[in-house]
Design a binder for this molecule. Sequence first.
Ligand SMILES: [Zn+2]
Length: 238
Amino acid sequence: MGTSGSPVQRDASTEECISNGCTMDRNHLASEEGFTPEQRAFMTEAIKEAERAHEEGEVPVGCVFVRDGTIIARGSNATNVTRNGTRHAEMMAIDKILAAETAAADFSQCDLYVTVEPCIMCAGALSLIGIREVFYGCPNDKFGGNGSIMSIHVDGCSRGCDQITHNHHPTTSPLGKTYKSTGGLYREEAIELLRRFYISGNPKAPKPHRKVETWVDRLTAQVGGVTDAAAALGAAEN
Ligand SMILES: [Zn+2]
């Protein structure tokens, strides 16, 4: 993978948005130029975790948690090997931190770099632990909890829960904290990892009876092809 990243394709609406001072494109993804070298370096480490997951037959999603400029935990998707659909990269890393620092671990100074937008479950967990900021690669338009399907980073866990009265904890206050979230950091590389995995076939995925449009199909259409990223990742060897 190149360290400079490939420029994100833009259309007229994106240019208009940028001219109005917005650094996000129409999908609320930041331009590659907007990230610092340090942020790129941390996402590069997250991509390494995703590649590790791929090598182990898992859906290639990886992440790192960073505090004070240091990686304190790494995680990669492990749903196949554990036969547990909740073992997403973020949850694996959170569990490592909690095990090392006890349940009183302070996430208020922690940032997450993850190759794919956190799903709703993980976004909820990140809200509840009080993560400071999230950087992700490509959007998750089926389960994304940081803007694609729900905006838990903006709403906390309160939406739909405001009126819930728990037996032991009566509350009408919002649950969980909000956090800053920015997507688009090495988006094409993240997509290419997913494409390579799904093209070769997820060994644990149920076999559809008919061809269905996949998440990767939609992502590919969104970025208009990822040939540069594919070359950068050495996908040609496949
Ligand atoms: Zn998740």
